[in-house]
Write a protein that binds this ligand. Structure first.
Ligand code: ADP
Length: 575
C-alpha cells in the first residue's frame, strides 16, 4: 500500500499538466459509480413492487432505469475520451524523461545490463504504468458499482447480507494471496523479457553481421533458448494462476451451496418470500463472480503498476543504475590542448591503460600507432568521458576533465569511430542533430571540405536524401567523411579519428586523407592509424604498447631509431 502511494505520487508528477482531465475522469467515474449503486436498488424496488402488485409505480421505475442507462453509456464514452488524454500525455512525459535519464547512464552500466533492459522500460513499462488510469479506474468503478448490489441485499435481508459479506471477505483474502504469489513470479518473468528484447534488438541491429558470419543458426538457437526460458517462466506464472482459479472456483461452488441452504432455511422459517429469495440468489453472480473478478483485476493492475513503476523509477531516481558525473566548470572557448598524466584504466577489472602519459598542443595532428588491443580507442573513450579513469589525470586546456561540465567536453570533442553511426534521417537532419539552426551553405561547405559533396549532389534529393537505417546505403568511407563533415559543422576543437581497419579503395582513402588535411591547423587532431602511409606527415606519431606510450617522434625519427616502428612500417610496405 505504502509502495503504491509512493509510486502514484511520483507518476502523477509527470501528468501535472493534465490534472484537470484526471479530475474530470474521477468526477465522471463517481457519477458512473453512483448510477451503478442506484440501479440495483431500483431493481430491488422493482421486485418489491411486483410482489405487492403495484404496476403503475413499476412502470415509472422501469422508464427511469431506461433513462439512467442511456445517460450512463454516454458518461462511459466521455470517461474513455478524457482518461485517454491524461494517459497519453503522462506516458509521453515519462517516456521523454526516461529517454533523457537513459542517455545519462554510464557506458559500463549500459553494457552490463544490455539494451533490452532499457528498451522494455521505455516502451512496455510506461504503457503498463498508465494502464492503471484507464483499465485500473474502470475496475475500481465496477468494484464500487457492485457495492450497490451489497446495499440492495442489505435492504432486502440482513442475514443474507452478512453471509455475502463473509463470502466476499474470504474470497478477497484468497485473491490477495494469489496476486502476491503471482507478483513474485512476474518480476522474474519481466527480467527474462528484458533479455529477450535485448536479443531481438541485436538481431535487427546486427542482421548484416549475422548473415555474413553465417551465424543465423547459432544466433537463432541462442534466441530460442532465451525465448524458451521466458515461456517457461510465463508457464509457471500461468500454472499458478490456474491453480488459484481452480481453488477459488471450488470454494465458490461450496459457498453457493451454502447460500441455497441458507435461503431455504429462511423461507421455511418465513423470514423470506420465495420471490425475494430468487432475487437474492440472482445477485450471487454479481457478488461472488463479477465483484471478485473486478477486485482481482484491480489488484493485478496495481501489482503491474507497482512492478513497472519500480522499474521506471529505478532509472529516474538513480536507484539501480549509475549516472555519468561531470564537474561544474564551463569553458566557453577551448584552445584544444590536452594531456594524459599517468592515467590508468581497466574495463571491469581488465587493465588496459597503465600509466599513459602524453601532451598534445592545440592545432597539432598527432597519430597513435600500435597493435590492436593496445588501448588506443580507450584513450578516445576516456577523452570523451564515456568512462571514468581510476588513477592519474586528464587535462583539457590545463583544466582537469573531472571539473568540467558535460557541454565543455562533449561540445568540443568529436570522436569519429571506424564505423560512425549515421541516423536514419535525411543528410540535412543528420547535420541538424549537431547544430539545430545549421544553414544550407554551411552543410554544402562542410560536405565539400570532407570530399563528399560530389557524391551527395548525385543523390536524387541532394542533402534531403534520407539515408537508410543506420546509414546503410553509405559505404564505410562515406560514413566517415559524413562524420568528418558533421565535425566541420559542429566546429569542435578536438577531433579524434579512428581510421577504418577495413581496406578502402585508393580513391576513398585519398578523399578521407584530403578531408583530414582540410581539418589540419584549425583543429587538434588525433588519428588512430592502421596504415602508416596515411600519417607520414603527422606532426607527431606515438607508439602505444600495453597501455603506454613507448616511443614518439616524427615518421622519419621513429623510422631511424625505433625497431618496433621500423617493423610495423616494413610489414606494411611488403604487404
Ligand atoms: P585498440 O584501439 O588499441 O585496438 P582498445 O582500446 O579498443 O584497443 O581495447 C583495449 C583492450 O580493452 C582490448 O583488449 C579490448 O578487448 C578491451 N576492451 C575494449 N572495450 C571494452 C569494453 N567496452 N569492455 C571490456 N573490454 C573492452
Amino acid at each position: 500500500m505504502k509502495e503504491t502511494v509512493y509510486h502514484l505520487k511520483k507518476i502523477f508528477s509527470f501528468g501535472k499538466q493534465y490534472k484537470w482531465f484526471f479530475l474530470l475522469e474521477l468526477l465522471l467515474s463517481c457519477i458512473q459509480i453512483s448510477i451503478g449503486v442506484l440501479l440495483p436498488l431500483f431493481a430491488a424496488k422493482q421486485i418489491v413492487l411486483v410482489t405487492n402488485n403495484e404496476y403503475h409505480q413499476l412502470l415509472l421505475i422501469s422508464v427511469a432505469i431506461c433513462g439512467i442507462e442511456i445517460f450512463n453509456s454516454l458518461n462511459n464514452a466521455c470517461i474513455g475520451k478524457v482518461c485517454n488524454v491524461f494517459r497519453r500525455g503522462t506516458m509521453k512525459n515519462i517516456q521523454i524523461e526516461l529517454g533523457i535519464e537513459i542517455l545519462k547512464i554510464k557506458q559500463e552500466d549500459i553494457e552490463k545490463y544490455g539494451t533490452g533492459t532499457f528498451i522494455e522500460r521505455l516502451n512496455h513499462d510506461t504503457e503498463r504504468i498508465t494502464e492503471l488510469f484507464t483499465k485500473g479506474i474502470g475496475y475500481l468503478a465496477r468494484v464500487f458499482t457492485y457495492l450497490g448490489v451489497f446495499i440492495s441485499v442489505f435492504v432486502i435481508n440482513r442475514v443474507v447480507f452478512l453471509y455475502y459479506l463473509i463470502v466476499a471477505l474470504l474470497l478477497t483474502f484468497l485473491y490477495l494471496i494469489k496476486t502476491k504469489k503471482i507478483g513474485i513470479q512476474d518480476v522474474k518473468y519481466k527480467k527474462q523479457k528484458d533479455r529477450v528484447s535485448g536479443f531481438i534488438g541485436e538481431l535487427v541491429r546486427g542482421e548484416k553481421d549475422i548473415k555474413i558470419l553465417s551465424a543465423k543458426k547459432s544466433f537463432m538457437n541462442r534466441l530460442s533458448t532465451e525465448i524458451t526460458k521466458q515461456n517457461d517462466l510465463q508457464h509457471v506464472k500461468r500454472n499458478l494462476e490456474v491453480l488459484y482459479d481452480i481453488g477459488i472456483h471450488f470454494l465458490t461452488s461450496i459457498l453457493t451451496l451454502g447460500l441455497v441452504i441458507l435461503l431455504i432455511f429462511l423461507i421455511q422459517n418465513e423470514q423470506l418470500s420465495v420471490s425475494l429469495a430468487v432475487a437474492l440468489f440472482t445477485y450471487k453472480t454479481n457478488i461472488m463472480t463479477n465483484f471478485m473478478e473486478n477486485v482481482s483485476l484491480l489488484l493485478n493492475e496495481v501489482k503491474d503498476f507497482n512492478i513497472s513503476s519500480g522499474r521506471a523509477l529505478s532509472i529516474l531516481e538513480n536507484k539501480a543504475f549509475h549516472k555519468e558525473i561531470f564537474g561544474t566548470r564551463h569553458l566557453e572557448h577551448l584552445e584544444g590542448n590536452f594531456s594524459f598524466k599517468n592515467v590508468s584504466f581497466s574495463y571491469k577489472n581488465y587493465p588496459v591503460l597503465n600509466g599513459m602519459t602524453f601532451d598534445i598542443k592545440a592545432g597539432q595532428t598527432v597519430a597513435f600507432v600500435g597493435k590492436s588491443g593496445a588501448g588506443k580507442t580507450t584513450v578516445f573513450n576516456l577523452l570523451g568521458k564515456l568512462y571514468d579513469i581510476e588513477n592519474g589525470e586528464i587535462w583539457i586546456d590545463d583544466i582537469n576533465i573531472k571539473t568540467l561540465d558535460e557541454a565543455s567536453i562533449r561540445d568540443n570533442i568529436t570522436i569519429i569511430s571506424q564505423n560512425p553511426y549515421i541516423f536514419n534521417m535525411s543528410i540535412r537532419d543528420n547535420f541538424k542533430l549537431v547544430k539545430e539552426d545549421v544553414k544550407e551553405e554551411e552543410i554544402v561547405e562542410a560536405l565539400k571540405k570532407s570530399c563528399l559533396y560530389s557524391f551527395v549532389s548525385t543523390l536524387p534529393n541532394g542533402i534531403d536524401t534520407v539515408i537508410g537505417e543506420g546509414g546503410t546505403n553509405l559505404s564505410g568511407g562515406q560514413r566517415q567523411r559524413l562524420a568528418i563533415a558533421r565535425a566541420f559543422v559542429q566546429k569542435t576543437k578536438i577531433i579524434l579519428f579512428d581510421e577504418a581497419t577495413s581496406a578502402l579503395d585508393n580513391e576513398t582513402q585519398r578523399d578521407i586523407q584530403k578531408a583530414i588535411d582540410n581539418l589540419k591547423g584549425e583543429y587538434t587532431i588525433m588519428i588512430i592509424a592502421h596504415r602508416l602511409s596515411t600519417i607520414i606527415h603527422a606532426d607527431r606519431i606515438m607508439l602505444v604498447e600495453d597501455g603506454k606510450i613507448t616511443a614518439e617522434g616524427t615518421h622519419q625519427e621513429l623510422l631511424s631509431n625505433n625497431v618496433v616502428y621500423q617493423k610495423l612500417y616494413e610489414n606494411e610496405i611488403t604487404k
